[in-house]
Design a protein around this ligand. Sequence first.
Ligand code: G3I
Length: 476
Amino acid sequence: MKKTHAFAGLVLSTTLLGAGLTNTFAADESLRSLADKNGIYIGAILNSQWFNGGLPGNYEQIHKKQFNIVVAENEMKFDATEPQEGRFNYNNGDKMVKYAQQNGMRVRGHALAWHSQVPGWVNNYKNDKQKLLKVLKNHIQNVVGHWKGKVAEWDVVNEAISNNEPQWRTGSVWYQGIGPEFIDSAFVWTHAVDPDAELCYNDYNLEQGVNPKAKAGFLLEQVKRWVANGIPIHCVGSQTHVEDTTTDKHFIGSPDSLRSLAKELAKLNVKLKITELDIGFKSGINVSKSDLERQGQTFRQYLDIILEEPNADTYLIWGVSDKWSWLGGLNRQKGLIYDDNLKPKPAFDSILVRLQTYEPPKDSVKADSTAKDSTVKDSTAKDSTAKDSTALDPGQSIKQFVSPSSLSMHIAGRTLFVTGLASKRAKVDIFDTQGRPIFSASTHNGTVDLHNIAEGIYVVRVRSGSSNLIQRVTIK
Ligand code: G3I
């Protein structure tokens, strides 16, 4: 495994990607396949219910088809892995690691030193600094040692900064018993056990600006100090649990603010990862179709950071379906990209379309997230010989499509023709290149009238039975 934090020095396949992007999308295109092409990780937690076999089969089917990185919702936390002093339980974590290996996914470890989900026995030592140091060190050595080489990145320290003012979280057992140096020590111990693992500081409310009065501003000063002191920190995880802008009256976070943190971290050779994304609405309110479309745009804006900033490589969502989401406890709802019935929401479409249409600047250098992890195959290579996609053929409305299924489409004049339909009707959705839905219709006799659509470049998706054909088109 390569050292994962040396993003600035890696010569990557982005130039290949630039040449390799193509308008010919396979019919089984997924978030995952598109993320692989763009050299980023896209993922979702495995919910706690999955570990007990409590989820329907299509949950796992969706998870492994759509995502190339995975993290456990609760199963690698302190109380799960060392419920009793010195007695470690790796069963659930092992189950996830096996699943990831079988499906070629990267594994994130969450979390080593956190004030929450600490078993009661740890608190018995809250006044004994030397003992607490031993407890934390022993925990890290055992847990990180157990999954050495299998967990590619760790949240070494989680949520150590106060939520209300820029200072350390003083109520944490680790802070109270040891002092802020528990953080430095945790990074050093983790690195000593697994020098190849990527080590992150992870926290929420980091999308609220980098000024010294904001959490991210305080964190930035600490990261500068850690880097200057040689503390092995390679990444900052932004949890990014945010609320829809129209209902959060105190909303002061934004994708732009998070982007500014990414840019500051780049100067320190530290990555930014989005590790726990959800964009919820207040509980109890009616959520309309246009609300869900706006939510999709916010998902897309956060994705843009990961696609566009060279030191950002991971886009992880804290759940799959709204049905199994922790958000109710925060008085929020519907914050994920699949609905209660595991049907993709507009946010899914926004992400999918953005991954399809994103074209990296020709000279950009992006950390090669696929190459640095031996468990994830480098699917970028297959695109290296593809034609440059940036130029749409002026003579054709639609580029030639090569599909493993029989579904195909073409435009003649202002009519879309769909052939190879599994059933009489197909659903046609048209998006702009930002992933905003602008038109939906069903085919009639295999056609759809496009007269009401303005000239421009769009992405058309045709769904028929289980086939799903997606293609960029020019409508003239
Ligand atoms: O393990 C017990 C189980 O024995 C008991 O039967 C059951 C009864 O409710 O509770 C179980 O514990 C629950 C645990 O999840 C495992 O399911 C806790 O009550 C519940 O509070 C806990 O919630 C988790 C929460 O972290 C705790 O802080 C959520 O599932 C999990 O999504 C959430 O994840 C955190 C990240 O780790 C850090 N960032 C914020 C994020 C959301 O809060």
